[in-house]
Structure formats: C-alpha cells, structure tokens
Design a protein around this ligand. Structure first.
Ligand code: CA
Ligand code: CA
Ligand code: CA
Length: 457
C-alpha cells in the first residue's frame, strides 16, 4: 500500500466513524460555496424574490433559472442560463413568487407552465418555448379580494386526477385555484380557501406532488404548516416546523421553502431562515430537522445573506451540476443589484455528516406526463401489458451506485402518522414515458469556459 492510498484508507475509516457517531441534527452549520451567480436584477433595492428551475426536455444543460423582480423599477421576470447569464427579461409587473410544472394541457398542446404571483394583483402564466427558452404569456386572472397582495405561489399537480392547481397566499389567507387551459389561455376556478391564524406574512409555499401535500411558511414567531393538497382535504394543518421561540430549530423569518425529491419517499424539505442567514434541511416524509447550512463567500462570489426565495432540483443537468443544484436569492450582492446564487447539490449533500442523499432518479418533467392514477384502489389487477411501471426504484436497502445512503436516523425512524399522505405503494405509480436524450448536453469544459464572463456582475 502506498503512502497515498494508506492516507486515503485512514481518511475513509475516519469518515465512516464520524458518519456513525455524528447525530443527523448537529448544531454545527455546514458551509457550502456557490459556484455560479446570476446577472444582477434590473430593479434596485429589495428586488430579487424567488427563483424557479425549468428543466430542458432534451438537453438538460440548457435548463434555466427563472427569477422574479418585485421592485417598482425592475418589476418583471428574468430567465437565466445555468452560467447565470440573462437570456430574457419580461418587465410585466412586480413579480413575487414563481413556480414551474410540465405537460400542462394548453389548447391542443402540452407545455411547460410558469406561474407567478404578481403584486400588482394577479396570477400570471407563461409557457416556455423550448426552441429558445423564452416565455410567452398565456393567461392571467385575479385572486379574490381576500388576497390583497399576491405573495406566495405554488403549483400542485394531483397524481389522482391529473388536475393542475395554483396556490396563492397573502397575510394568513390561502387560496387554491384549479387551472384550465382548454381554450388556449389559462383560467382559474377557486376550489378551496382558508385562513392561517396569526398576523404574520404567509408567503413561502411548496407542494409535494407525490405525497399530495402543500407546505406553507409563516413568518415572525411562526413555522411551517403542512396540509393535504387536494381540494377536498381538511384545512386544519399540522405545524411541522417551529421557530426557536416555540422550541423549534429555526430562526425567524422563515422565507422560501422547497422540496428535494428522492426515490421511495426520501428527500428533503428545505427552508430559509432569513434571520440567521441559514438554510434548514428537514426530512421529506416526516419533516424531522437535519441541521442547517450557510453559503459564505468563496469562488469569487459574495456570501449569501438575508435570503428570500429558493428552489432545488435533484435532476442532473450536466456541466457543473451533474447531480442537481440549489438556487437562492441573496439580499446583498457585492457588485450591483441583488441576484441569485447557485450551489451544486452534491456540495450541500457532502457537507453534512452523514451525507445527505444524492439521487438523480426523480424526473420533474414526468409530473403530469401520463394519465392520472385511479383515485381509488383497483378491484382487479391490470394485465402485465398495461401495468404501470414503478418510476422510482424500491426503497434503497441495496447499495445503488448512484445513491448515497440516507441519514441513518431517517431509515430507522418510526414514521409519524400522516393523515394526508397516501400509502407509499400508491404514490409511486407513474406511467413510463420516454426519457429525454442526454446526448446534447454541454461538456463540463464548455460550461466552465462560460462562467467567468458572468461572474461578479
Ligand atoms: Ca419573498
Ligand atoms: Ca451577498
Ligand atoms: Ca456578486
């Protein structure tokens, strides 16, 4: 054994021991570095609010980040490539939060749909033009007068019915709108509304389209509330995360929240602690805290502080993000107006001990791609020819080479009662659709070559 390999073996054993002895929720804050930052906002002051990730259908390296500019002088939606370069800017209103889903039936076609809460009091919708990644506005409607300023926004696609919904929030008010694109323009029908007690802003919103949940972040002495996402679900929520005033682990305000989809119900709920400049990670299934991370200055990119919206994808998009990435608003940019910072998911996963799951299996583009699953259990099993394929492999007891082990406490925990969650065997069924070709992706060298031009802007 050479000295080098001996050192590697010692380090591996040390890492294993640490992995076995370090609790999942440590007080230490993991430190990770951004590798990309976007061009600055058009608007000045507190302009950037929320990002969303759109995955290109055939060349994932051409995926985009769509960011909102809520300022009065910027007021718009901006599309960036994965090097942070601005591709398109649509000064259409004081855009607050943004979300993306795929396969939305619009007229006679199925489109990637971008939805935005516009503070000028509307919900606005765009389709993504795959040829050049530009956006075309395809509808707009007003929420009820209860939503004085549309702030939080999230799509939800029901795996039971295939219906697309838009959630919008203002201070304590939540509305769920069923979307319809049959005329070629997006319209909405109010199907549910409720009020969350407390005077605080309720803005951060994210849906888990597999577990049929909607999460809502409440600012101030707040927390994260979980509800069933179907329109017939009860409007009494479960507070799954609390701020430190109530014995929780997170410092107010809780801002953006996002879901990292792992296979077999694994993955994470991520949340911004604006007050402590940290991001908190919780297990996806039962929302247990796994500690926090921060993004200090590094790689020629300024530190991330005072954050607002976030998004994350597990999907490998090639280049510097072969295992997905995380994107966050940064309140203060050293070289101009606010912008967004981007971190490879594998950097975040590896900064934890034990490491977080890295799992590129879930393909967000397949949501809504097939017929919805039957809302009730079948009485007779389907024939082998028509049987849907499990899109996600079974829960990882075997050593899959593409997946790191889940945090031990996750695997061993007794699942909490989840009144709104379906049995796992029913959440996993996705009909098989063709997998996009990866042949056209940019090489790492090509992407790295593009980076310096957009750094430090
Ligand atoms: Ca916000
Ligand atoms: Ca900064
Ligand atoms: Ca900067």
């Amino acid at each position: 054994m050479t000295l080098k390999s001996r050192c590697a073996a010692v380090l591996a054993v040390a890492g294993l021991i640490m992995g076995l002895t370090t609790p999942a929720a440590t007080a230490a804050v993991a430190q990770v570095l951004a590798t990309v930052e976007t061009a600055p906002m058009h608007g000045s002051g507190d302009a950037a609010d929320d990002p969303a990730i759109w995955i290109h259908p055939t060349d994932p390296s051409k995926s985009t980040i769509i960011g909102t500019d809520k300022s009065r002088d910027g007021r718009g939606l901006v599309v960036y490539d994965l090097s942070g370069k601005e591709l398109f800017y649509y000064p259409d209103g004081r855009m607050n939060n943004v979300d993306v889903r795929y396969n939305f039936p619009l007229g006679s076609s199925k489109v990637g749909l971008v939805g935005v809460s516009n503070r000028e009091r509307s919900l606005d919708f765009y389709k993504v033009n795959e040829s050049d990644r530009s956006l075309t506005k395809v509808g707009s409607f007003l929420p009820t007068a209860n939503i004085g300023t549309p702030r939080g926004f999230s799509f939800y696609v029901s795996p039971d019915t295939g219906k697309y919904y838009a959630y919008v929030t203002d201070i304590g008010k939540v509305e769920q709108w069923e979307l319809n694109g049959s005329t070629g323009s997006v319209t909405g029908k109010l199907v549910r509304s409720w009020t969350v007690s407390g005077p605080a802003h309720t803005e951060g919103l994210v849906a888990d389209d597999e577990m049929k949940r909607i999460y809502l972040a409440q600012e101030d002495v707040g927390g994260i509330w979980r509800y069933g996402a179907e329109p017939g679900d009860p409007t009494t929520g479960t507070k799954v995360v609390s701020t430190i005033e109530n014995g929780g682990d997170i410092v107010q305000d809780i801002k953006g929240i996002a879901i990292y989809y792992g296979s077999g119900g694994t993955g994470y709920l991520l949340a911004v602690s604006q007050g402590s400049h940290r991001f908190h990670v919780y297990t996806r299934d039962d929302n247990r805290p796994l500690g926090s991370f921060a993004i200090p200055a590094g790689n020629g990119i300024d530190a991330v502080t005072g954050m607002d919206g976030i998004d994350v994808t597990n999907f490998g998009v090639g280049g510097p993000f072969p295992q997905g990435f995380f994107v966050t608003q940064d309140h203060s940019n050293d070289t101009g107006n606010q912008n967004f910072k981007v971190v490879p998911w594998q950097s975040i996963a590896a900064a934890y001990s034990p490491a977080l799951v890295v799992d590129t299996a879930f393909d967000p583009r397949k949501i809504g791609a097939g017929p919805p699953r039957p809302p009730r259990l079948r009485l007779t099993p389907p024939s082998p020819a028509s049987r849907p394929t499990l899109r996600v492999p079974p829960r990882p007891s075997s050593a899959s080479p593409r997946r790191r082990p889940a945090p031990p406490s996750d695997a061993r925990s007794t699942p909490q009662p989840l009144p709104t969650a379906p049995a796992r065997s029913r959440t996993r069924v996705w009909p098989m659709v063709p997998t996009p070709s990866r042949s056209g992706r940019l090489t790492r060298t090509e992407l790295i070559r593009r980076l310096p031009a957009t750094r430090g802007q």
